[in-house]
Design a protein around this ligand. Structure first.
Ligand SMILES: Nc1ncnc2c1ncn2[C@@H]1O[C@H](COP(=O)(O)OP(=O)(O)OP(=O)(O)O)[C@@H](O)[C@H]1O
Ligand SMILES: [Mg+2]
Length: 448
């Protein structure tokens, strides 16, 4: 393959017809002379004439010589034409190869053992903004940002020895190229090698992946922004729920209690003449206030149990489990072992909401009779596991249509650097396991 990408013109092959035409002429002349001499001798009937015998011997000698000459020439000419055909075929192959290289949508650069460019196709010219004329003979390093040059040169050398590249080892990475104008850009490349005599040639095929990397980065950014937005919305929602729950519990609850005490005072102040009907009425008002207080507490607790903030995660989870059993008649076995962990408000809220959503799902989808709830401190962090003995889910709990419960659980776990695992099958119950690093949910000790 020539460096410039040009191919030598194919040599013309000499044909069999041409070579035979030249070679058969003397053989024919010698044969004719022999036949004529023999005919003359027969016509004159002079067999014993020594001159005639010498003539016949000479004619035979010439004919044999001509025959040997013709054979030799014929063999030589056929060997030559085979060689010519081979040369012309290899020329055609090379031309075909060059056409492919020239029209390739990938940049193709071939380098020698000294890592100097010997081939630079038009796409490489376009990608690197450098003509083949300038590139050929230049070190490959010219097209690699300086900080990667040494590592890259080592990689090519290592590839020369082992024949194994990073890509073949499944480590396809986005690398960096350097355009002639100094601009760096991301590339994806593969390398191959061939032996050319006693030297080695490496061919790098690469493509500019700037657009793809840009699109991936934009997608990643959008995903992170969505996560931040969702986290922020969740926080706002949680703050709002906390505020309303507090006001319902403290403000409204206290006022109702005060009202109840007032009614008791009025009842006590009534003298004996007060009618039984009035007394009954006041008694009814007190009962109604009790029921209203209970409703207010339930609504407030559903929004956010005050004990989550006042007493912490574990009492709040205990309360949630009891409340669940009271409401749905499903037992909840508990196994809570968190040592002396002190949960941060964010961590406690996340774990509480996960338990709440999992229990709601059991009530809605499982038709279970028993739930096992465990929260334990393990080596990898806190492991929360909620398992039921219900119907299970045929599609592994994958949200069908508009379901956001499990999605919300995943989102909360992800925000704290945790993971979620679901094990379920039709008729085999549903097991949700969430693992969250301890430092993400525990109160940070103040640095002294
Ligand atoms: N404990 C469970 N037992 C059986 N199936 C379950 C259980 N938990 C979840 N699933 C299945 O997983 C699906 C997704 O649950 P997810 O909580 O995301 O949505 P949802 O409960 O249907 O709706 P929502 O958005 O109101 O929570 C459910 O529709 C259900 O099919
Ligand atoms: Mg749900």
């Amino acid at each position: 393959m020539s460096a410039s990408g040009k191919t030598p013109p194919p040599r013309r092959a000499v044909t069999h017809e041409q070579s035979n035409g030249f070679a058969t002429r003397p053989a024919f002349a010698a044969g004719a002379a022999f036949v004529v001499t023999l005919a003359l001798a027969l016509a004159a009937r002079r067999w014993f004439d020594p001159v005639l015998l010498v003539c016949i011997a000479a004619a035979l000698l010439v004919a044999t010589g001509a025959f040997v000459l013709v054979r030799a020439r014929r063999e030589a000419s056929s060997a030559y034409s085979e060689a010519s055909a081979a040369i012309s075929q290899s020329g055609v192959n090379e031309a075909r190869m060059m056409a492919i290289i020239r029209s390739s949508m990938e940049a193709i650069i071939t380098i020698d053992e000294q890592q100097r460019v010997v081939l630079f196709n038009p796409m490489a010219e376009q990608v690197f903004g450098c003509s083949a004329m300038d590139a050929i003979g230049a070190p490959l390093a010219r097209f690699i940002p300086e900080r990667y040059r040494a590592a890259h040169a080592r990689h090519v050398e290592q590839f020369g020895v082992t024949g194994v590249s990073d890509r073949q080892m499944g480590r396809q990475r986005v690398l960096s190229g350097l355009r002639a104008n100094g601009e760096e850009f991301p590339i994806e490349a593969s390398i191959s090698q061939i032996r050319d005599g006693d030297t080695r040639l490496y061919t790098v095929m690469l493509r500019d992946v700037t657009e793809r990397v840009r699109a991936e980065q934009a997608q990643q950014r959008a995903r992170e922004e969505l996560r931040e937005l969702s986290a922020n919305l969740q926080k706002i929602r949680e703050d709002e729920k906390t505020r309303i729950a507090r006001e319902l519990h403290d403000d409204l609850g206290q006022q109702l209690t005060a009202l109840k005490m007032d009614i008791s005072t009025v009842e006590e102040a009534l003298d004996a003449s007060a009618s039984a009907q009035v007394r009954e009425h006041l008694h009814g008002m007190r009962r109604l206030i009790d029921v209203t207080v209970a409703s207010v507490r339930r609504i407030a607790a559903d929004l956010r149990p005050v004990m989550l903030d006042d007493l912490g995660l574990i009492p709040a989870v205990e309360w949630l489990a009891n409340d669940f059993t009271n409401r749905y008649g499903i037992d909840v076995e508990r196994d809570i072992e968190t040592g002396d962990a002190r949960f941060s408000p964010t961590g406690a809220t996340a774990l509480f909401r996960i338990v709440q959503e999992a229990l709601t799902n059991v009530a809605r989808h499982a038709d279970a009779t028993l739930v096992t709830l465990s929260l334990r401190a393990a080596h990898e962090g806190f492991v929360l596991r909620i398992a039921d003995n219900g119907l299970g889910s045929p599609n592994g709990g994958e949200p069908a249509g508009k379901s956001f419960g499990l999605l919300g659980i995943r989102e909360r776990a992800h925000m704290l650097g945790g993971t979620v695992d679901i094990h379920t099958a039709q008729g085999k119950g549903f097991v949700l396991s969430v693992t969250i690093p301890a430092e993400a949910v525990q109160m940070q000790e103040l640095q002294s």
